[in-house]
Design a protein. Sequence first.
Length: 453
Amino acid sequence: MTYRYPDSPVFYRKLNRTYPKIVRGEGVYLYDERGKRYLDACGGAFVANLGHGLREIAEAMASQARKAGYLNGTAFTHEPAEQLARHIAALSPGDLKHVYFLGSGSEAVEAALKLARQYWVESGKPGKHKIIALTPAYHGNTLLALSASARAHYQAFYREWLVDVPRVPAPYAYRCPCRGESPDCPACCGSALEEVIDREGPETVAAFIAEPIGGSSTGASVPAPGYFRRIREICDRCRVLFIADEVLTGAGRTGAWSAMEHYGTVPDLMTLGKGIGGGYAPLSAVVAPRRIVDVLAKGSGAFLHAQTMSHHPVLCAAGLATVRLLKRRRLIERCARMGPKFHKRLAELKGLAHVGDVRGRGLLAGVEFVEDKESRAPFKRRLKFAEAFTEAAQEAGLVVWPNTGQAEGENGDLVMLAPPFIITEAQIGEIVSLFKIALEAALRKNKRIGEPT
């Protein structure tokens, strides 16, 4: 059987490719029905942080499903939600102690933005309604989350439905005119946020949202050490809530439970997703302090963001098993130890043709491709180089995550690497070897590279 539209009844995410059928996962590897092995170097979509095929999580989900598969979150609580919330509260920085469970990262971002708005309305400041976000950035595909995202090719069909969001240049050193070398650069030091808040009027701004380390939109670009301290000072002075979107970076990916811990800064709200369920269940969360939740408790008495599957017992059971395994096997600490080894080996890629930069933190990395290394000029979008490399990598048995458009809104190509925390040094070496094979194949197949533009 061919797993391709329209031969299959599945409505695939991409309609112009054939899909290998995966029948088994084990550790960092996936196996298709023909027996081909793939090294999952991006954890699917930055999700499989414990690896594939863990019986402990599957058994925890089955055990809960036998007790109660679904409970109405407006009427009941249950042990998985209570226990998981306690673990997350204990792991989260500062006063972030109350956890609202949802399904996807987009849902968590949507909820966090709505919570910020409801907080200000119930605090007697209904004029504070604007969201400020970075560009480039990505926060999800539901409409408010997509509005906060700066990803033009995702927004193209829905522009009329989206909310206008003021933008701040992302701290993206590789693409910044200062190349990350000026301590006074507004984008790289964070002061650009103050300029935008002053322009919009602090009395109108509800929240600023940012990823602590760039996701796929900026390819794991790491801000300067003082960046988020500056952001925190500006938000405090202007009375703007700071939302840290840790859907991708949280749950240990950067070597700490939350990436914000690397900056010594605590946000007002934090979103989690992807890794908190290990990929075994769609689970996300908003983590909030009592000072925000109390305003709702004393006002309307509820967060006005009901979703049918929020606080789902089987999903929370998967999250609880995931967090317990992270703790018991000390996998976050392992991620912190393996991170430097990972980046040391990946540094070899900088010497390859058309690799402009390799960057990241912990077990999160971005590799940016360019037409010219000296000028950092990107490939033209017509070449679709990130897509070509990703296909070549999969053919070689390596799974990566591509993204485009980060250089000039349309042009620009990169791939992301985010392997499970259990990866070994030998398997990191395998990633590097397969990456080199894939790059050679992609360059060989794309005959237009090097042509005059």
